[in-house]
Design a protein around this ligand. Structure first.
Ligand SMILES: [Zn+2]
Length: 104
């Protein structure tokens, strides 16, 4: 099943295919790292916790790709606003575009 979520109305929130509403956050706290990471600001999609995983730390992007933590070396080609590790879409970092082909 495709996990792609379309954001027609507001880039601040989205409804997953399982019916959960997820919201865009400036930072996400990772229990496994015991700290929060800023999220890379992208316009079309955002990374959120998978609401179907209890107590989980599974990061997903609303484009359907996985989210992850990336260092400045990984994202500086796309965004130069901060110099620490950020949470971002893995497709966006590696391919320069989201899984649905959008570049933001
Ligand atoms: Zn994405």
């Amino acid at each position: 099943m495709s996990n792609v979520i379309r954001n027609w109305n507001s880039p601040k929130s989205a409804t997953t295919l399982s019916g959960h509403i997820v919201t865009k956050q400036d930072a996400l706290y990772l229990k496994s790292h015991e700290r929060a990471y800023q999220t890379l600001p992208t316009a079309m999609h955002f990374v959120y916790y998978d609401p179907t995983v209890p107590r989980g730390s599974t990061l997903l992007c609303t484009c359907g790709a996985a989210g992850g933590i990336f260092g400045y070396e990984g994202y500086k080609r796309w965004c130069s606003f901060i110099a620490t590790e950020v949470i971002a879409c893995s497709e966006f970092i590696q391919q320069g575009k989201h899984a649905d082909g959008s570049h933001e």
